[in-house]
Design a protein around this ligand. Structure first.
Ligand SMILES: Nc1ncnc2c1ncn2[C@@H]1O[C@H](COP(=O)(O)OP(=O)(O)O)[C@@H](O)[C@H]1O
Ligand SMILES: [Mg+2]
Length: 279
């Protein structure tokens, strides 16, 4: 069992690793190395390089179809790269080191690396047949091996964080979209991932429900040391929480920098065009 099972927020996800605690030491947590992803003749990611340091909040912006969701799905191992490599906390997602060489990763290795990553989708994907509480405790109990009591204690803290304390015993359909999305955020955090991936988490919501979800995410960004990789069209939110913004087009990062730089004086005409369309 890994130290993930401990209730301590400071626990490294894998105590066999040499790094003391990648969650808080500012070291490189995610590395894409010349990652190419094709669907048929369509090259969606084109020899993509980028890194995210632990504790940082990085936002991906760019036009629809530019490959943003594909990046997050690769990190979740929902899809695999055609070329290149992806590392999380120094471990290869798709390979493992054995006898000094790299071999394709076994299922166990993928599961271990994946434990470091949580994702919230545009469509909340809650378990419809489970109450809110069980939506949050299910994976900590079955994947991390927490006792039911431990998992429920953790869930109650998170329900407080996302402002849903009174809704623990409801089913997802009894909640608004904004509330369901906040449950999905709590569910992802219950696994204590080092990285939280957020894919347009407010795009499917009625406009009046967007602010509540963004407030919760701002709170998480400002009060925890979790690393965030975020795809959003909410540019004010991106400006508030991002350490770095990456502008994507056609499967490449065409420019990156501080939110100040990207939103007020981007270098590229393509970035200016994109921002004037969404702002
Ligand atoms: N499973 C798939 N099969 C075929 N094409 C796909 C698949 N997933 C994504 N694509 C294509 O990859 C491109 C990038 O998609 P995506 O990563 O979803 O972009 P974004 O999130 O930036 O809008 C699009 O052209 C999309 O049609
Ligand atoms: Mg997308």
């Amino acid at each position: 069992m890994s130290a993930d099972n401990s209730l301590s927020k400071e626990s490294p996800a894998n105590d066999s690793k040499e790094t003391a605690n990648p969650a808080v030491d500012g070291s490189e947590l995610i590395r894409f190395d010349k990652v190419t992803k094709r669907f048929g003749a369509n090259t969606v990611l084109d020899s993509l390089d980028f890194t995210v340091s632990s504790g940082k909040h990085v936002t991906l912006i760019g036009p629809s179809g530019s490959g943003k969701t594909t990046i997050l799905r690769l990190l979740m191992t929902l899809t695999t790269p055609d070329e290149g490599s992806i590392r999380v906390g120094g471990d290869y997602l798709t390979h493992e080191e054995r006898n000094g060489g790299l071999v394709p990763a076994g299922e166990k290795h993928v599961r271990e690396v994946r434990k470091n990553i949580g994702m919230v989708f545009q469509q909340f994907n809650l378990f419809p047949n489970m109450k809110v509480m069980r939506n949050i405790t299910e994976a900590p109990v079955h994947v991390l091996g927490l006792s039911k009591d431990e998992a429920e204690e953790r869930a109650r803290e998170l329900l407080d964080l996302v402002d849903l304390t009174e809704h623990a015993d409801k089913y997802p359909t009894q909640l608004s979209g904004g509330q369901q999305q906040r449950v999905a955020i709590a569910r992802a955090l219950a696994m204590r991932p080092q990285v939280l991936l957020l894919d347009e988490v407010t795009s499917a919501l009625d406009p009046e429900l967007v602010a509540g979800v963004l407030d919760v995410l701002r709170d998480i960004a400002h009060t925890t040391d979790i690393t965030m990789l975020c795809v959003t069209h909410e540019m004010n939110f991106a400006r508030d929480i991002s350490d770095e913004v990456l502008m994507f087009d056609a499967g490449r990062v065409i420019e990156s920098g501080s939110p100040q730089k990207i939103f007020t004086e981007p270098d590229h005409e393509r970035t200016r065009q994109f921002l004037s369309a969404v702002l």
